[in-house]
Design a protein around this ligand. Sequence first.
Ligand code: MYA
Length: 254
Amino acid sequence: MARNVGRIFSGFRCSGSLPFGKTQLKTRCPRLLLRTTPERTVVQALSSIFSHKSRDFSLPNSSWGEEMMRLYNHYSSQSGEAAEGQEDQGEQWTRLPSYNRSLKYATGGVYLSKIIQSKARLFTRNIRDTGAAFEYVLFFRRDKQRCVCIFQAGHLLEGPPGHVHGGAIATMIDTVTGTHASLLSAPVMTANLNINYRSPIPLGSTVLVESTMDKEEGKKTFLSCRVTSTDGSKLHTEAAALFVSINVSHLLRG
Ligand SMILES: CCCCCCCCCCCCCC(=O)SCCNC(=O)CCNC(=O)[C@H](O)C(C)(C)COP(=O)(O)OP(=O)(O)OC[C@H]1O[C@@H](n2cnc3c(N)ncnc32)[C@H](O)[C@@H]1OP(=O)(O)O
């Protein structure tokens, strides 16, 4: 049992918590501190904790439609790596890699069986049929405290006929604001998510999910989120989210 707890904590330190804060990174995983900015650290940490065989789901695949590709190329063209040693002012977009496992090392959990733990997959990345469900890529821009997600909704996400399920939209909002909050604060959990659905999203369409940080108050990070058509002319959904920073032991209470 003690060894399992140790493994879980080790997993959180070196994988789960890595995306969440540079302070923790500095104190706990110095070997990963090769870059200076939080988002770069996140990108590098995410890449290093997963084996090189892990698929990065945020890269283009054959299911991506024209609009998805156009926007991907648009944001990619505004992202880039500053030369080694050069100060990054955060004025560019950073693409965030995305994998289907959140904790590589936390096997043999305290309250999860080994089977469940080893089969655990990130909800939005667990459908093998590309293009069938959540196709998305996130970009982060530090100077503007913004996250932008290009989201193409596949046919398995149907709610009302021909349109995207409200729960799937909520999932994407939680994912985008949750990732954004994770980049800004220490490990966080969603405490409150308030959603207004303004107009339905056609199945198969590509939309933008944009997250903005409103304020931080102690352990609380408040963000707002808008889902719009890609030209911004139509508002589909708007939301307000509250994330609360947690200590990893919070997740071990069962
Ligand atoms: C690059 C990054 C990659 C990441 C990879 C993954 C990508 C995918 C990302 C997917 C992301 C998916 C993410 C998910 O899906 S997370 C899963 C869904 N969320 C949960 O299951 C959370 C369940 N709840 C809890 O665990 C606790 O209640 C939490 C942790 C939320 C708060 O704990 P606790 O109760 O112990 O808090 P505290 O006593 O320290 O209070 C602190 C402050 O917070 C205020 N407060 C608390 N609750 C609420 C509330 N509901 N409304 C308003 N305020 C609230 C409270 O008043 C206090 O304020 P103040 O008195 O200080 O002013």
